[in-house]
Design a protein around this ligand. Structure first.
Ligand code: MSP
Length: 490
């Protein structure tokens, strides 16, 4: 059995989930569900990055003294939001857990024994929003380009990690493994950045009250990124990860620091880091610190979880930047999910139910059916390839293209007109269309699991394996029921 281990970034808990954090989680969920359909042995990990100064600040702002109880409360909120978004994670990691701390210390210990840690002094800039060290030259108008705030000037004793030592090994790894960083544009960016030269980085900070203590000097806390990245090692049996899904803002941590830590610790590298783009809200980056955050649960309740999942993947070309608007979500829901797939599904199932009571016996297929069946087989092949390449937007476009053709086929056959004089040909159309909508519902399943589940239930079949989904397994006399999957929103 092929193993597939996929991760999301682990999220800061200074706030509840935003649409920004829902995005990578939905991408990872779609991949996990697709690999499960394929019969792979899947492990899907998501969770929370709790050992940040941002946690302490957020708790204090609310007047909560016990930071752990603040974190526990937030963890419940995140879990519940992910449930609402139908996220099928196999585990949920919190960096305040013992099992996580064990892995951080394991990595630190190995890196330390390798001789890659030394004490030094850091004098420079630190952005608490990013939890990252900045150079003057990285700033825009003196501010962190992401958080639009002036970073803090700090001067402190730190322990450093010899990142520079891994520059050439890392470059070599990237050259030899063109699929290690995707999409390609991101890979080029990272490669160019490394070529400019890597400097050693601080991996501990003094005088913090919250986080994992540095074992070799208890006056220091392990830097939150060194801590957080190690979360991915949790399911030992599944390591190395097949893909880390991350946003482009945190690509450097995942494509430079994390693999260097692993090279130093003598641990195998992940197979791939996939860094998606950012979506903006009316042209502006959405961020907690900018105050234009959209609540994904609100959208899911209003339009359905599946419409939201569908929209995010269909509208924003995966890997690129895009803009989010509720109007565009509504348009995709009404024009595609309702008018295309949902309409087809309802017409086929209700026509069968009303006029035949069960799936009718077909005659021989005509050219229209034969052509469409060929397209169906081709679509499965194409979608399989696109899903393997994480081209989710393209996969969805191809699936909806097939659904559109199926809709046209049904329209042209006009079974409602022919039912009286040519019941036999209508029977063929319905048998064919029922099996077709089953296959399309399976194709859509990773993207819209709830509605596809409902669709397959109405068709009275279990979710088939990917390899069997293309087959016409719904046979004559099989009972199905009419189902309205999506409703138009005005
Ligand atoms: N805690 C770190 C990640 C540690 S992983 C070892 C972190 N957390 S975060 O909560 O700030 O962000 C998590 C993810 O949300 C990032 O991958 C980021 O790219 C993503 N997004 C936040 N806003 C986003 C958009 N507006 N658009 C797309 N993704 C966005 O960083």
């Amino acid at each position: 059995m092929t193993k597939f281990y996929v991760t999301t970034p682990i999220y800061y808990i200074n706030d509840v989930p935003s649409l920004g954090s829902a995005y990578p989680t939905i991408i990872a969920d779609i991949l996990a569900r697709w690999h499960r359909l394929r019969g792979d042995d899947v492990f899907f990990l998501t969770g929370l990055d709790e050992n940040s100064v941002k946690t302490v600040q957020a708790a204090k702002k609310l007047g909560v003294k016990d930071i752990k109880s603040y974190a526990d409360g937030m963890a419940e909120k995140w879990k519940s939001a992910f449930k609402n978004l139908n996220i099928s994670n196999d585990d949920f990691i919190r960096t305040t857990e013992e099992r996580h701390k064990k892995n951080v210390l394991k990595v630190f210990d190995a890196v330390y024994k390798k001789g890659d840690i030394y004490k030094g002094r850091y004098e420079g800039l630190y952005c608490e929003g990013c939890e990252a060290y900045y150079k003057e030259s990285d700033l825009v108008n003196g501010c962190c380009p992401l958080h639009k705030k002036e970073p803090k000037l700090i001067s402190e004793e730190n322990y450093f990690f010899k990142l520079s030592k891994y520059q050439s090994a890392l470059l070599e790894h990237i050259e030899k493994n063109p699929k290690f960083i995707e999409p390609e544009s991101r890979r080029n960016e990272i490669r160019n950045f490394i070529k400019k030269g890597l400097e050693d980085i601080s991996i501990s900070r003094p005088n913090l009250e919250w986080g994992i203590l540095l074992p070799i000097d208890k006056s220091q806390i392990i830097w939150v990124w060194f801590d957080a990245l190690s979360n991915y090692l949790l399911p030992e049996k599944y390591w190395p990860a097949d893909v880390h899904i991350v946003g482009k803002d945190i690509a450097r941590f995942h494509c430079i620091i994390w693999p260097s830590m692993l090279l130093s610790a003598g641990i195998e590298l992940p197979k791939k880091v996939y860094a998606h783009g950012f979506f903006t809200i009316a042209g502006q980056k959405m961020s907690k610190s900018l105050g234009n955050v959209i609540d994904p649960v609100y959208l899911a309740n209003k339009y359905s979880t599946d419409a939201l999942r569908y929209f995010l993947i269909r509208e924003i070309v995966l890997g690129e930047d895009g803009d989010f608007s509720e109007g565009a979500l509504k348009a995709r829901l009404n024009n595609e999910l309702v008018a295309n797939y949902g309409n087809l599904f309802y017409r086929v199932t209700s026509f069968v139910e009303k006029n035949f009571g069960a799936v009718p016996e077909p005659k021989e297929f005509g050219d229209a059916e034969k052509d469409l069946q060929k397209k169906l087989v081709k679509t499965f092949d194409e979608v399989e390839k696109l899903m393997e390449e994480i081209k989710l937007t393209d996969a969805l476009r191809v699936i909806m293209g097939l659904s559109g053709e199926a809709n046209r086929y049904f329209q042209e056959k006009e079974p409602w007109k022919n039912i009286k004089e040519d019941r036999e040909s209508v029977a063929t159309t319905l048998y064919f269309a029922t099996n077709l909508v089953k296959a399309i519902s399976v194709l859509l399943y990773p993207f819209t699991p709830e509605k596809s589940g409902k669709a397959l239930e109405a068709l009275n079949v279990k979710i088939p394996k990917w390899s069997e989904a293309v087959e016409f397994t719904i046979t004559p006399d099989h009972k199905i029921k009419a189902e309205i999957l999506y409703k138009k929103v005005d």
